[in-house]
Design a protein around this ligand. Structure first.
Ligand code: ADP
Length: 460
């Protein structure tokens, strides 16, 4: 039976907090923001019906990680459900469990699912067990560099060392020869410990020239699961995505179908609930391999919404209330009912200087003017004229998302929007994004994950 959700707290900030507030408002749900003292003047908190200072004595990031304080506040304010957004507590099974124990609905998968899928080694094992291909690798944390040497001797260099708990490209090291193993092993371990508190490291064969293709899935509380097709997220720098699009151009329909079906297989194996993403790499021969599952909403969910017409965040809220996918609240009667139309491209406008090694810039935005128009959706963060970009949080300023019937036109619309955008006072990556969007190889849809590193003219 559907449960009432009348008030939602978003345990996050910036762009994704605003995105969730919007979906809540459209469904008549009251919204609650939390903010750190550093975010006192941030735009997102003004977009909620209520907002409360949290973690006053804590460091800027820790404010959004203070589980008990957030849950206490939620109970005090009569909150029915918590949306964790991405990053922060979104992949923390302890938080999901604590919400449940407090009688608050966690908008996402169950804590058991997060536990099983959040760890890259465990999720690869799960994928393998249901017949989904994975990259050759070890299936438990390595304890010494000797294991890495033995693996490389068997499979050849390069290999990649990865943090089991990894995310955001951290805790990954590519190793090209035996002499580097010891150093890279130590540094991956240290980075993982610092970033995730867990220093389990595993090894995989490093694929040359792969494309990153991922599949959006959506499941309700009754075991019904669908996929919303794929996104191409190969335009990356240091393993972090910068431009994403849907659908992927460079893969055949047959391969698309295989990858989407494999994503469903993993989802079904865990009775996946809410929105999630199965990530794959595709090598130059067209072989696909599952790499990890992200049990949360992703930054690039927008392009899937644009081509399928399905509001993923609203769907998450309706699923949390207990509605089935085929109910008239969600309106997905079957897999076959989901179609894609046209192309959508998302550009992450960040306050980073592409001509100075993407160094983050901070300070006051003297001018902040964005540009919409036909085929442009803007999912903004905290930017407005006069706002201050602080050094404490991620550098995403606004997501410019274009849609059109052809990929080329979607790219042209995005370029037009970026050119009309006027941001002064803080450096952004706008000129770099335009160079990517105008590049012949990008327009062909055939870029692999090394495109940015191997294309110096993007920095002209
Ligand atoms: P994170 O969770 O930190 O985002 P992922 O496992 O999703 O890390 O990988 C991020 C990116 O790193 C991939 O999109 C790809 O570009 C690169 N990568 C990861 N594993 C491999 C691999 N085995 N071979 C080649 N590239 C890889």
């Amino acid at each position: 039976m559907p449960r009432e959700i009348n008030k939602v707290l978003v345990a996050n900030r910036g762009e994704i907090a605003i995105r969730v507030f919007r979906a809540c408002k459209e469904l008549g749900i009251r919204t609650v923001a939390i903010y750190s003292k550093e975010d006192k003047y941030s735009l997102f908190r003004t977009k909620a019906d209520e907002s409360y200072l949290i973690g006053e004595k804590r460091k800027p990031i820790e404010a959004y990680l203070s589980m008990d304080e957030i849950i206490k506040l939620a109970l005090k304010k009569g909150v029915d459900a918590i949306h964790p957004g991405y990053g922060f507590l979104s992949e923390n099974p302890v938080f999901a469990r604590k919400c449940k124990e407090a009688g608050i609905e966690f908008i996402g998968p169950t804590s058991e699912t997060i536990e099983n899928l959040g760890d890259k080694i465990k999720s690869k094992l799960l994928a393998k067990s249901v017949g989904v291909p994975t990259i050759p690798g070890v299936d438990k944390p390595i304890v010494s560099e000797k294991e890495a040497v033995a693996f490389a001797n068997q499979y050849g260099y390069p290999i990649i060392l990865k943090a089991a708990a990894g995310g955001g490209g951290r805790g990954m090291r590519i190793v090209h020869c035996e002499e580097d193993i010891s150093r890279e092993f130590e540094s991956a371990k240290n980075e993982a410990k610092k970033a995730f508190g867990i220093d389990d490291i595993f090894i995989e064969k490093y694929l040359e020239e792969p494309k990153h293709i991922e599949v959006q899935i959506l499941g309700d509380k009754y075991g019904n699961i669908v996929h919303l097709f794929e996104r191409d997220c190969s335009i990356q720098r240091r393993h972090q995505k910068i431009v994403e699009f849907a659908p992927a151009i460079a893969i055949s329909d047959e391969l698309r179908q295989k990858i989407c079906n494999d994503a469903l297989r993993i989802g079904k194996a865990v009775n996946y609930e809410s929105a999630g993403t199965a990530e794959f790499l595709v090598d130059k021969h067209g072989n696909h391999y599952f790499i990890e599952m992200n049990p949360r909403i992703q930054v690039e969910h927008t392009v899937t919404e644009m081509v399928t017409g399905i509001d993923i965040v609203q769907s998450q809220l309706q699923i949390a209330k207990g509605y089935a996918l085929d109910s008239d609240k969600i309106n997905i009667p079957s897999q076959e009912s989901i179609k894609t139309r046209g192309y959508s491209i998302q550009c992450r406008v960040t306050t980073e200087d592409p001509f100075n090694n993407f160094a983050p810039d901070t300070g006051r935005l003297d001018i902040y003017r964005t540009s919409s128009g036909f085929g442009i959706r803007l999912d903004g963060g905290n930017g407005y004229t006069g706002s201050v970009i602080s050094p404490y949080y991620d550098s995403l300023l606004v997501k410019i998302i274009s849609w059109s019937r052809t990929f080329e036109d979607a790219a042209r619309k995005a370029v037009r929007s970026i050119k009309e955008t006027n941001i002064k006072g803080v450096k952004t990556n706008d000129a770099f994004l335009i160079n990517v969007l105008n590049h012949e190889k990008f327009l062909s849809g055939h870029c692999d994950t090394h495109f940015i590193d191997q294309t110096p003219e993007l920095f002209d």
